[in-house]
Design a binder for this molecule. Structure first.
Ligand code: ZN
Length: 322
């Protein structure tokens, strides 16, 4: 099976690669663990989030609300959970929590069995009600060998990369949280509204700034951007994917280079978490330039991180597509 190829659509998980990055980075950024004192207090609430984007969204809803703690299950450098396995530590964390905020759309489906056994745990699915894009399997028909075992995800789960869907996720988290914890519902609502207003301003600004861009065709390196592209009217005409830890062969590189030349692509968008050696090689051969677009799947554990990341993406797009 070829290690590098350009496809109309992707089905290989972006974050398979991120998993490999954990050891590469050597970072041991750890999640905060619930203190036993807090777990003992009946009025206190511990909310666990499955991964980084859920943590940032939830943090904004519960910020400064007394007696509520939000803990991210996975270290922020983990990114997506496509290749993640639940650890004993995760199980303990969930046992001590009351609420588990997940993205849904298939991102955490590997946890279904674990979670169904924890009867005490309330699940908030942030992607609920969002119209999902299918993982496009069109290209698979063209491929000789298809391993369908890994194809559990029918829909693309990267909804938060669209600002509009990120807003829906915040609203969903707040709605569900207010139902589960009505005594604090006013504070949740106030927080959510303030954050949503910021996200709406961000979205309006991005639309304004990207309005006059004529070069709408982009090539990315994973399947994280379809919702983002949909929102800002960009066409993902190619996705170069590469298996983690492998180098493309000369033949594969040549194929990729030919396709990019044929498509007349001027800008390639790699991701910060992804080693861009292949991108650099392809760029050198085609004259296309490599830019970094961030799917906000990793980052600082700060409430405004998503907005900062998107503002950076906006600057990158303006520079790349002008
Ligand atoms: Zn992903």
């Amino acid at each position: 099976m070829s290690k590098i190829k350009i496809k109309k659509i992707v089905s290989v998980g972006l974050c398979m690669l991120l998993v490999g990055m954990i050891s590469a980075c050597g970072s041991t950024t750890s999640t905060k663990v619930t203190t036993s004192k807090q777990a003992q207090n009946k009025d206190n609430l511990t909310i666990v989030t499955s991964f980084y984007p859920m943590y940032i969204a939830t943090l904004n809803v519960v910020r400064d609300v007394e007696g509520v703690e939000v803990v991210n299950m996975t270290p922020p450098i983990t990114g997506c959970l496509h290749d993640y396995s639940v650890t004993a530590k995760d199980m303990k964390l969930l046992e001590d929590a009351q609420i588990f905020v997940i993205n849904g759309a298939g991102m955490e489906s590997f946890m279904d069995d674990v979670v169904s056994q924890m009867k005490h745990l309330q699940i908030i699915e942030a992607a609920k009600g969002i119209e999902l894009l299918e993982e496009d399997h069109e290209h698979e028909e063209e491929e000789e060998e298809e391993e369908d075992e890994d194809h559990e995800e029918t829909f693309n789960p990267h909804v938060w990369v669209s600002v509009t869907h990120a807003i829906t996720q915040v609203q969903n988290i707040q709605n569900e949280l207010s139902i589960l914890d009505p005594t604090r519902s006013e504070a949740y609502e106030k927080n959510a509204q303030a954050y949503i207003q910021k996200l709406e301003e961000l979205r309006a600004n991005m639309h304004r700034e990207l309005k006059d861009i004529t070069q709408k065709d982009i090539v990315t390196f994973h399947e994280a951007f379809p919702y983002f592209a949909q929102e800002f009217d960009l066409n993902i005409v190619g996705i170069i994917d590469r298996e983690p830890g492998s180098e493309p062969s000369a033949k594969e590189l040549i194929e990729t280079v030919e396709q990019i030349k044929t498509l007349g692509i001027k800008a390639l968008f790699a991701e910060p978490q992804y080693p861009s050696k292949a991108a650099q090689t392809v760029a050198a051969e085609t004259g296309a330039k490599v830019y970094i677009l961030d799917p906000a799947a990793t980052g600082p554990m700060e409430a405004d991180a998503y907005i900062q990341i998107m503002n950076k993406n906006l600057e990158v797009l303006k520079e790349a597509l002008k």
